[in-house]
Write a new protein. Sequence first.
Length: 252
Amino acid sequence: MQEIAYAKLNLALHVRGREADGYHRIETLFAFCEDGDVLAMEKADKLSLEVTGPFADALGGEGDNLVLAAARALGRSAAFTLDKRLPVAAGLGGGSADAAAALRLLGGGAEVAARLGADVPACLASRTARGIGRGDEIEPVEIEGLAGAPVLLVNPGVPLSTAAVFRAWDGVDRGPLGDWEAGRNDLQAPAIALVPAIAEVLQALSGARIARMSGSGATCFGLYPSEAERDAASARIAAARPGWWVSQTRLR
């Protein structure tokens, strides 16, 4: 049995306030790509996880991986193999998406997802949804023309701590999320201050209909009118920046 841990995008992310406990209130529109990590599961008497794939080394020391946490939360044992295809600490919900894939394989629900992380409930459904609170209060939405939209994902190869980006946010509430296309990502400016290469990525995506950072970065996405335009941008960026991670996909 296997599940795709679909890459998560924040098409817009408005930070509305910082709580006394250090968490933040946000308004966001989640969307999910057709591609992501791949999690396989086999029956076993003992819980285990093997990580393979191009980004396996980045998780080499994580004995407390969220896949294992999801299984432990359900009191289940299985042998998991995670093909880590998405960069780590990249704003694509990788760990949360992996946990959600484990829950789908094991038959776990939203109650368990909410205990594992703020993005896990949205990743469990992996459908376009509006998120409020910490992002864990979700409401599915239908947006005409979004499913199947060509997307280019670009990461400059620099991991970025979510906590560090939120700490760098200036605390200014710039208003609620309305039309997502006219929206913004309030974490983009503090992320660029920490990793200036993000600004270069956004500039490289300048031909897209919309170019924006996802989550707390450093991955940025470009939505393109056609797959041909997306593929041309992908080839151009890959040739100019061979050290960057570039992935062609579509929205679910």
